[in-house]
Design a protein around this ligand. Structure first.
Ligand code: NBX
Length: 838
């Protein structure tokens, strides 16, 4: 680009004119921002400068919508959904915002005409990886759908300075690096220091009887932290709505009179201030439980307290009395991470705003609803009582009070049933005492939901059975969904074009419309287009694999993909056993007819989860052997694609032929990757677990590869005494596979490396791999036979996509709105700058 020409083009019209949604206006603001925001000219500008200039150009267009939305909500006094989540796994914003504004193609054209590579520019954005996996990504899909459905909403969470670690693979092992996502600045957020709030921590309480006979409690904290909100606009799809994601950052409080707390110890006081900023420093990388980490509890309380104080500020700004809190806000708890909100709202209402306990309790219960995301008993959050008391002394008293009143009710309902009282208590007293966060969430919420039909049934019959017996009407199912805007329109532009050319564009907002594709599955011409698109997506992924893994994979081979967090219950090692079985078959019969397959794995292991890290090493070890073996003649390839993320997911889902959803039945709450694969035309091989069951229900049994034990069968096998070693002895193929791992075939002769994994399987196998092995291998055989019938496979692929309408997060959000939130849509009228100033 020529600097002089660019400089001459700077424009001085008001923002409202400059923010028009067309190519020329976009070019103009891009150049303005390159000069005036980045302070660069083309000869000096880096790719990052160009990315930021475009991001700011887009932001100008967002702000107009954002202001209009805020004005509309304020004027209407709209009921608002507050989605409280410790994680929001947003993925890159630029492409998504362009899609939602409806100017993706215009932006691409504008950049191209300026001589820039648009895709390279998009790739500059460091994604905000503020989540571990499904739970955090669900929160991101949900706020997208709420904006698209024009539901007033606020996402509340933590602005972690370091998100989920960056994973690389070194010598086959996972290596973690910190994720410095804010390094080059974040153009999508606005700091709002004027709305900062103070959060207390630690210390003790004082109880006083006032002269008028009332009892007041004062909490004297040992520390204060200031919470500063950073707001990111969340656009709806081609409407005028821009809702807000408000993430809290911890800062040392300016006004903290530390003299009182640290007499004369200036250095100590400053150190304490600095340490308070640690609160929002880093996301805990564990996607199951985080055993008793004080800082984790502090993080949870920090963002919850900030968010509730913020809601109270909003109410006061609109002169609404706090008795109406539950009418203004519907607060959804994304798992138990924000469950302390129940006690915190009570504290704010009773201690700080002098509301009588009973009134406050009614308001609290009508405010909250709780979503559970796990069936793993060890993943249910509980905090050791001494630690809880140290961090939140006042909240412990409040929880005791809630518990006393609750257990009175239980005793009245079930006289003499002390075992039930102990099971329901908010305090686990079976050994060392713990606060049970799921119990707090259940007691303090008017609605409790699971995230897939099976999951909700298992909550009712098992995990939360006593609560279900007490309050059956609180329970309902809300099957998860994913946003088609990111996971189809943005991630799969080729498919989007074909679909829109065939059935129009309505499907993007009404995913059920994909049904209209069904008859096209019978058109040979359409099927051929469908295959070309998959083929192009696979070629693009093959290039990424070549670059990142240094392995050449054939885009005409079947792409068999398992991407998700690495976990024993998700059973990536079951897939590994199958690959070894295939490999052995090829070695035994070198001329075997076997359709070429590329096995693609991706996912992060919690840094402290040794078995999960060993599973990665096993997969990479198998790749090292198989990919190099000339006897395999390229019929099998195994790759582990490092650093699975939203960005990488966008390249992977559209390129998959087969989606691996192979968790032990009864363990995966829902899964959401399964839905992204289905939408993009992959067929599923899966167990009767989580949302797999509902996917199979909509696509039909003929279009789904089912294998494995059902949940009742797993329970029965467990009860009768499961002996995996017997299964090993009775299946020669399984024996051969396991022996090979044990003897060091995939660890360069080191027979000790995989010992912990092999022994765990042989003697415990808590996730029933051996019991499901035969069924899985036979099912994979059927997959292989189906694959070679190309036309049949394509038909099945089209039908999978055509029947994925149920799994739009728009449907999930409609369900929540109808049954739980009761928050009507509020369409937004766009204000011009002139209106805003007036
Ligand atoms: O939530 C996941 C479930 O495993 C999936 O089955 C489900 O589809 C998804 C959305 O409902 N759970 C999950 O991702 N959990 C976490 O990431 C997690 C993070 C931190 C933590 C506990 C769990 N302390």
């Amino acid at each position: 680009m020529d600097t002089r020409a660019a400089a001459a083009a700077v424009d001085h019209r008001p923002l409202s004119e400059r923010a028009a949604l067309n190519k020329e206006a976009l070019k103009q603001s891009f150049l303005d921002n390159l000069f005036h925001t980045q302070g660069k000219f083309p000869a000096l500008a880096s790719k990052s400068d160009y990315y930021l200039a475009l991001a700011y150009a887009v932001r100008e267009r967002l702000l107009q919508r954002w202001i209009s939305t805020a004005a509309e909500y304020m004027q209407k006094g709209a009921r608002t959904v507050s989605y409280l989540s410790a994680e929001f796994l947003m993925g890159p914003h630029l492409g998504n915002n362009l899609i939602n504004l409806g100017i993706y193609d215009e932006a691409k054209q504008a950049m191209t005409e300026l001589g820039l590579n648009f895709d390279e520019l998009l790739a500059q954005e460091e994604e905000p990886g503020l989540g571990n996996g499904g739970l955090g990504r669900l929160a991101a899909c949900f706020i997208d759908s709420m904006a698209t459905l024009e539901i007033p909403s606020l996402g509340y969470g933590i602005r972690y300075e370091f998100g989920i670690f960056h994973q690389s693979i070194v010598d086959g092992w996972q290596v973690e690096k910190t994720d410095k996502w804010l390094r080059y600045g974040n153009p999508w957020e606005l700091q709002r220091p004027e709305w900062a709030v103070q959060v207390k921590l630690g210390g003790y309480t004082e109880h006083r009887s006032e002269e008028d006979g009332t009892l007041t409690v004062r909490w004297i904290p040992s520390r204060l932290v200031s919470g500063v909100p950073y707001d990111t606009p969340i656009l709806g799809y081609r409407n005028n709505t821009a809702n807000t994601l408000r993430l809290w950052s911890a800062q040392a409080p300016e006004s903290f009179d530390f003299e009182v707390f640290n007499r004369g110890d200036y250095y100590g006081a400053v150190m304490q201030k600095m340490s308070s900023e640690n609160l929002s420093k880093v996301l805990y990388p564990n996607d199951e439980h985080e055993g008793g980490k004080e800082l984790r509890l502090e993080q949870q309380y920090f963002f919850v307290s900030c968010s509730l104080q913020d809601m109270i500020r909003i109410m006061q700004g609109q002169r609404l009395p706090l008795e109406h809190f539950h009418e203004k806000f519907a607060v959804q708890l994304n798992d138990t991470h924000p469950a302390i909100a129940v006690a915190e709202l009570m504290r704010l209402l009773v201690d700080e705003h002098k509301m009588p306990w009973n009134r406050a309790w009614q308001v609290t219960c009508k405010t909250f609803a709780y979503t559970n995301h796990t069936l793993m008993p060890e993943a249910l959050e509980r905090w050791p009582l001494p630690l809880f008391k140290k961090v939140l002394p006042r909240h412990l008293e409040i929880i005791f009070e809630i518990n006393a009143r609750f257990l009175d009710e239980v005793r009245r309902r079930y006289p003499g049933d002390s075992a039930r009282v102990a099971r329901l208590s908010l305090i686990d007293e079976s050994g060392p005492r713990y606060v049970r966060m799921a119990h707090l969430a259940c007691v303090g919420s008017h609605a409790i939901n699971g995230v897939a039909e099976l999951h909700t049934e298992l909550l009712k019959s098992d995990v939360l059975r006593d609560f279900y017996e007490l309050w059956p009407n609180k329970f309902s199912n809300k099957t998860n969904g994913v946003t088609p805007r990111r996971w189809m329109v943005l991630a799969n532009p080729r498919l989007t074009r074909l679909v829109s050319d065939s059935i129009g564009e309505d499907w993007i907002k009404h995913l059920d419309q994909l049904q209209k594709l069904e008859p096209l599955a019978e058109s040979a011409d359409f099927r051929s287009h469908w295959r070309e698109i998959k083929r192009a997506n696979k070629r693009a992924l093959a290039e990424v694999i070549a670059r990142r893994c240094n392995v050449a994979v054939d885009p005409d081979s079947m792409f068999d993909v398992q991407v998700k967090r690495i976990h024993e219950y998700k059973r990536q090692h079951l897939a590994a056993l199958h690959i070894i079985a295939l490999y052995l078959q090829l070695k035994a019969q070198p001329n075997l007819e076997l359709a070429p397959r590329t096995f693609i794995f991706g996912g992060k292991a919690a840094p402290g989860y040794r078995m999960a890290k060993l599973m990665i090493k096993l997969i990479t070890g198998i790749g090292d052997v198989v990919n190099r073996d000339p006897m395999v003649r390229d019929r099998l390839k195994v790759v582990f694609l490092p650093n699975f993320s939203v960005t990488n997911g966008q390249r992977i889902y559209p390129a998959a032929d087969l989606s691996e959803q192979i968790s032990t039945a009864g363990k995966e709450a829902s899964g959401t990757g399964n839905m992204k694969f289905q939408m993009n035309g992959a067929l599923t091989i899966g167990t009767m677990d989580g949302a797999n069951i509902e996917i199979r229900e909509v696509v039909g049994a003929d279009n789904f590869f089912l294998f494995g034990l059902t949940t009742p069968q797993v329970y029965a096998l467990q009860a009768q005494g499961y002996r995996p070693h017997d299964w090993y002895e009775q299946d020669p193929q399984l024996r051969e596979v396991i022996d090979m791992i044990r003897d060091g075939y995939f660890s360069r002769g080191d027979a000790s490396l995989f010992r912990p994994l092999v022994d765990s399987l042989l003697w415990h196998d808590p996730y029933f791999l051996f019991a499901d092995f035969r069924s899985y291998v036979e099912c994979q055989q059927r997959v292989g036979e189906t694959w070679v019938d190309t036309e049949r496979w394509t038909r099945m692929s089209i039908l999978n996509s055509a029947r994925s309408g149920k799994f739009s997060s728009d449907r999930s959000i409609r369900d929540y709105t109808k049954d739980i939130w009761h928050a009507p849509s509020v369409p937004v009228e766009l204000l011009t700058e002139h209106h805003v100033r007036a």
